[in-house]
Ligand binder design. Structure first.
Ligand code: HEM
Length: 477
């Protein structure tokens, strides 16, 4: 072993490390990780109770872990938490079962399937826009969660919007909430202690057990009800999974994972997109110009997406600043080398799109919302990783991208959403939920004359409207 291989990666020690365990708000933890990466560079080490965790902030190191040396790593300890809730599925299995599950699900996310879901997304976005009215006050986070749940329900289960999908989503959220504080602690302690922590916390947590029972019951009802539709091949993802596997328990577990991974992530991204647009009138104006030029007075279809580069850039840039999965991890299976450091088996790896995507080396003015930077991307591969990479790259990425751009285009063509409160909104959870509701007022746009129809009935034209309305937008980034 060379001299350099014995070096210990720099990092905080002692009490300072406790911040990693999520003592304080989740936002504090993210900013703490970011500050450590800025101070120590590509590899920061944290040592807690004899276990070492490594935070990586370098595109080449991320490529090594996610792709080149991926067989030296597996799911983090905390995956067991997700498995307790959603069962054994694509997101929670290890190889070789993972590869098998991925092959089974892949057709549900193929290009043609995504194009078909695009029709559902467009329909649900139009329905939302039709129900929205000028002057309406909205909790935009709750509104986006409803919209993406309708899309997930119809694309995953086929047919219409299913009441059991709401029940499932709520049960999932309650179960996650009940155990969310345990997550970082599980990562930080040795696996034997982690197992005991988990059993103790779940055993004592009545809310968690109730939520899990409710979840299982609604999944079963859903499968039974949809089996008929699915067998005639009209049942969306469910039909594909049922056709490939006759086992109800396995199908239920996959649906749980997809609903869990698939609707709140996109809802959060859209929520932050509206927040950022409301705070950046010039960006919003450019978005409207593109939508007016490409769509005029009609709603977008799947075929329009390729002609909406700025709308796509707004979604991409939102995910740079607010990646819905801000931190994910790996457990080291066997000793390996990263950046000249010897990384021993059993340690944990922390990958944080939130930290890496705010690295000033690759993203000048990293805190600023600048969709224009997507015109000519200058950063290397793996500097931008909101969907991860390698064999476990998000299977839902094309789904999320299609939904994000379709919803933004459909709604922004007809409305702007102005914040009614000023001030920055913080981050509340590992799913990047806003710390408080983001309340907005819908202001209808009259696209035939490119004017805003104001709440009081008077209308303002073009750029003057943007300037006049700036006062309504929050000053926060
Ligand atoms: C903005 C939206 C989304 C973001 C930011 C996101 C992010 C991620 C990330 C970072 C991973 C990889 C985690 C890791 O490597 O440990 C992942 C995996 C996954 N995502 Fe997504 N996701 C999004 C939307 C979706 C959607 C819409 C679906 C399904 C409909 C989905 C289903 C999954 C599944 C099943 C996995 C596990 C894949 C595997 O392990 O093979 N995600 N997601």
């Amino acid at each position: 072993m060379g001299e350099s291989m014995r070096r210990v990666a720099p990092g905080p020690r002692g009490l300072e490390v406790l911040q990693f365990l999520g003592l304080g708000t989740f936002e504090n933890t993210l900013h703490f990780l970011r500050a450590q990466a800025r101070k120590h560079g590509p590899v920061t080490s944290f040592r807690i109770l004899g276990r070492t965790l490594y935070l990586l902030d370098d595109p080449e190191l991320l490529r090594q872990v996610l792709v080149v040396q991926q067989h030296s790593f597996t799911r983090p300890v905390g995956t067991q938490l997700l498995r307790d809730i959603t069962g054994l599925n694509l997101a929670t299995t290890d190889e070789p079962l993972h590869r098998e599950r991925r092959r089974l699900l892949q057709p549900a996310f193929a290009r043609q399937a995504i194009a078909a879901y695009g029709g559902v997304m467009a329909h649900e976005a139009r329905r939302f826009a039709a129900e929205c009215f000028d002057g309406q006050l909205l909790d935009i986070g709750a509104a986006m969660a409803r919209l993406t749940l309708n899309v997930a329900s119809r694309t995953l289960f086929g047919g219409g919007v299913d009441p059991d999908a709401y029940a499932m989503s709520q049960a999932l959220a309650r179960a996650m909430h009940a155990v969310s504080r345990v997550g970082p602690i599980l990562e930080a302690v040795p696996p034997s202690i982690a197992g005991a922590c988990r059993r103790l916390s779940f055993g004592a947590n009545v809310e968690f057990r109730r939520a899990r029972t409710a979840l299982r019951a609604s999944v079963q009802r859903l499968i039974e009800r949809n089996r008929g539709i699915a067998e005639t091949n009209g049942g969306g993802v469910l039909s594909i999974v049922l056709a490939a596997s006759g086992d109800d328990a396995a199908v239920g577990d996959e649906l749980c994972a997809l609903l869990f991974a698939g609707h709140e992530t996109t809802a959060t991204a859209l929520t932050w997109a509206w927040y950022l647009l409301a705070s950046h009138p010039t960006v919003e104006a450019t978005l409207h110009e593109e939508l007016d030029a490409v769509l005029g007075e009609r709603d977008p279809t799947v075929d329009d997406i390729a002609n909406l580069p700025f709308t796509t850039a707004v979604f991409n840039e939102t995910l740079r600043l607010y990646p819905s999965a801000p931190v994910f991890g790996r457990r080291v299976l066997e000793d390996c080398e990263l950046c000249g450091y010897r990384i021993s088996g059993g340690s944990g790896i922390i990958i944080s799109p939130f930290v890496s995507q705010r690295n000033a080396r690759y993203f000048p003015a990293p805190e600023c919302f600048v969709p224009a930077r997507w015109q000519q991307p200058t950063w290397p591969d793996f500097a931008y990783v909101p969907f991860g990479g390698g064999a476990r790259r998000c299977i839902g990425e094309p789904f999320a991208r299609m939904e994000g751009v379709m919803v933004l285009a459909t709604l922004a063509r007809r409305y702007r959403f102005a914040r009614i409160e000023r001030g920055r909104v913080g981050i509340a959870s590992a799913m990047l939920r806003p710390a408080r509701p983001i309340v907005v007022r819908a202001i209808a746009r009259d696209t035939s004359t490119r004017r805003y129809v104001s709440v009081k009935g008077e209308s303002l034209t073009g750029r003057a409207a943007f300037r006049d309305r700036q006062g309504m937008a929050g000053a926060a980034r």
